[in-house]
Design a protein around this ligand. Structure first.
Ligand code: SAM
Length: 213
């Protein structure tokens, strides 16, 4: 996802401190104090413009959601969406998944969502894929024993790579769907990319996997 540089983005994030956690490492092991309850924490990595995280927060008011997005020029749209939704159970962080362990403690998270992650199709970029084993090590560390990793994508190459990566890591595959929209799942919240690609007839793949803890 590319977006034009937005010079006002820094100020905008600072003005929306009730939605954007500007120093998220301070909350490692303490996210329950941010939300002021002990509800489970679900994390979306690569939140984009925020439709999924805002929609999920509305659908599951007894879950706390954190949306992590690397690009400042994109996260500003997610801030706007969360602000419009008036949900108190969602926060955004403008951070890189490479540094995940700085922001979440061991077992602090119940679910991780990877929605339409960048596929990095060149073999020499495989390490950048969010389902490469180095990322899985971090996910395993922060997910609790009920923890689940849920991947949605339109990209067959990334999907196949991820299934192999999960299996090689020893994860348990709980669901593998080759056409999510072919099955009725009333709980599915669509992301911006999902709307775009399913709208032009692309199948959407979904996998749910867990670590053996
Ligand atoms: N999830 C959204 C959707 O489905 O509409 C956006 C998908 S877009 C293809 C991928 C997003 O992941 C981009 O906004 C990108 O900036 C973000 N991203 C990529 N690598 C990331 C990383 N290492 N940490 C956090 N966000 C990342």
């Amino acid at each position: 996802m590319r977006a034009r540089n937005k010079p006002w983005a820094d100020d905008y994030l600072k003005e929306n401190k009730e939605i954007v956690e500007l120093s998220p490492s301070e909350y490692k092991n303490k996210w329950n104090t941010v939300f002021k309850n002990n509800n489970p924490i679900h994390l979306e990595i690569g939140t984009g413009k925020g439709q999924f995280v805002a929609g999920m927060a509305k659908q599951y008011s007894d879950v706390n959601f954190v949306g992590m997005e690397l690009a400042k020029s994109i996260i500003v749209s997610a801030v706007q969406k969360v602000s419009d939704s008036n949900q108190e159970n969602v926060r955004l962080i403008n951070e890189d998944a490479n540094d995940l362990s700085e922001f979440f403690g061991e077992n602090e998270v119940e679910k991780i969502y990877l929605n339409f992650s960048d596929p990095w199709p060149k073999a020499r970029h495989a390490k950048r894929r969010l389902t490469f084993k180095n990322f899985l090590e971090q996910y395993e560390n922060i997910l609790n024993s009920n923890g689940e990793l849920i991947l949605k994508t339109d990209n067959r190459g990334l999907f196949e790579f991820s299934l192999v990566s999960f299996s090689q890591y020893g994860m348990i595959l709980e669901e593998v769907l080759l056409d999510l929209h072919d099955q009725a799942d009333p709980t599915n919240i669509m992301t911006e990319y999902e709307e775009k690609f399913s709208g032009i007839g692309q199948p959407i793949y979904r996998c749910k996997a867990r670590f053996q803890k």
